[in-house]
Design a protein around this ligand. Structure first.
Ligand code: NAD
Ligand code: UDP
Ligand code: UDP
Length: 316
């Protein structure tokens, strides 16, 4: 049994990761400031003898004793990370420094949840790990993109300077149950709108693309990455290479939910990437991993989750 810290553990991905680690028989410490996460996501774990929930903001130092750290703390939806952009950068940068300092003191292995946003609005397609990206340093998305890029820099400098045992995964758009209903991300927006019979909001002309990975596939590969040999640092792309336009996504959601929602077009947010698709050759060869859940099946699971949530709490 290992003692494992999950920062951002009460969020969407973090709570699924906590579930998985508890199922694997680990001793889990979940640290979260509940900015976008919620106790509700981990309520079912609270009585488990090897699960502990701690209210903590990673921009402050943390002194605990653990063997592994998954650093997931950071709002991930553009609406949320742009709400308090200074805090977003602090969370990525000060949070990384504190968690790396903690890992250094303990010689603990540490994994960073980085993002496809480090590639910005890419001119290389699909994106490989060797691509340096095209990121606007002063735009509305920069607090997130540059914060995550700086966190990667810190991880690699602690690796080179202090020989820390680091792992960096670049996560592409991931969806599934426990996304926040008002999260603002496209999958939750479209599903909630369709279930409520509201207009489906397409930003721009809907021709921009994303590649959507179902949460179970993602958790599997994060756990595998953590258990690779020391020195295999990444960065490694993880995501589902199936690429869809936002119009295709809207039509699929409408077909699966049914109902009478109309598609409406709204302005495209600034610096919104035109296209995004991971090249996952490295994850395939190094981790023997392949996403298994197709978009339609994953959407069905996610729709069932939101249907239940809205029936219990229509104001959600
Ligand atoms: P989320 O918003 O559901 O989870 C983030 C969690 O971090 C929340 O529980 C939030 O309360 C917590 N948090 C935020 N700031 C904090 C702070 N200062 N101190 C402590 N906790 C803090 O988002 P998610 O989708 O679960 O994302 C988890 C991680 O994965 C993030 O680091 C995100 O950047 C990364 N990621 C996610 C995706 C995706 O598509 N879901 C894609 C790329 C990267
Ligand atoms: N830190 C922490 N927990 C620890 C050890 C360090 O939160 O168990 C924080 C501490 O706030 C410090 C940061 O991590 O500022 C970086 O630590 P490091 O040892 O790398 O640098 P230094 O302490 O020399 O600034
Ligand atoms: N999007 C949309 N309607 C929405 C929310 C988002 O058309 O209600 C678009 C958004 O402009 C972007 C894509 O969907 O092109 C993915 O957006 P999301 O916020 O989910 O993630 P990110 O842009 O960070 O990949």
């Amino acid at each position: 049994m290992k003692r494992i810290l999950v920062t951002g553990g009460a969020g969407f991905l973090g709570s699924h990761l906590c579930d998985r680690l508890i199922k694997d028989g680990q001793d889990v410490l979940c640290a979260d400031n509940f900015f976008t996460g919620s106790k509700r996501n981990v309520a079912h774990l609270l009585n488990h003898p090897y699960f502990e929930l701690m209210r903590h903001d990673v921009t402050f130092p943390l002194y605990v004793e653990v063997d592994r750290i998954f650093n997931l703390a950071c709002p991930a939806s553009p609406v949320h990370y742009q709400h308090d952009p200074v805090q977003t950068t602090k969370t990525s940068v000060h949070g990384a420094i504190n968690m790396l300092g903690l890992a250094k003191r303990l010689d603990a292995r540490i994994l960073q949840a980085s993002t496809s946003e480090v590639y910005g609005d890419p001119e290389v397609h699909p994106q490989q790990e060797g691509y340096w990206g095209r990121v606007n340093p002063i735009g509305l998305r920069s607090c997130y993109d540059e914060g995550k890029r700086c966190a990667e820099t810190l991880f690699f400098d602690y690796f080179r300077q202090h020989e820390l045992d680091i792992k960096v995964v670049r996560i592409f758009n991931t969806y599934g149950p426990r996304m926040h209903p008002n999260d603002g991300r496209v999958v939750s927006n479209f599903i909630v709108q369709a279930l409520k019979g509201q207009d489906i909001t397409i930003y721009g002309d809907g021709s921009q693309t994303r590649s959507f990975c179902y949460v179970d596939d993602l958790i599997e590969v994060i756990v595998r990455m953590m258990e690779t040999e020391r020195g295999f640092t990444g960065p490694i792309n993880i995501g589902n290479p199936g690429e869809f336009t936002m119009l295709e996504l809207a039509e699929m959601v409408l077909k699966l939910v049914g109902g009478k929602s109309r598609l409406v077009f709204q302005p495209l947010p600034s610096d919104d990437p035109r296209q995004r698709q991971p090249d996952i050759s490295l994850a395939r060869s190094k981790l023997g991993w392949e996403p298994k859940v197709g978009l339609e099946d994953g959407l069905k699971e996610t729709i069932a989750y939101f249907r239940k949530l809205l029936s219990e709490d229509p104001s959600a």
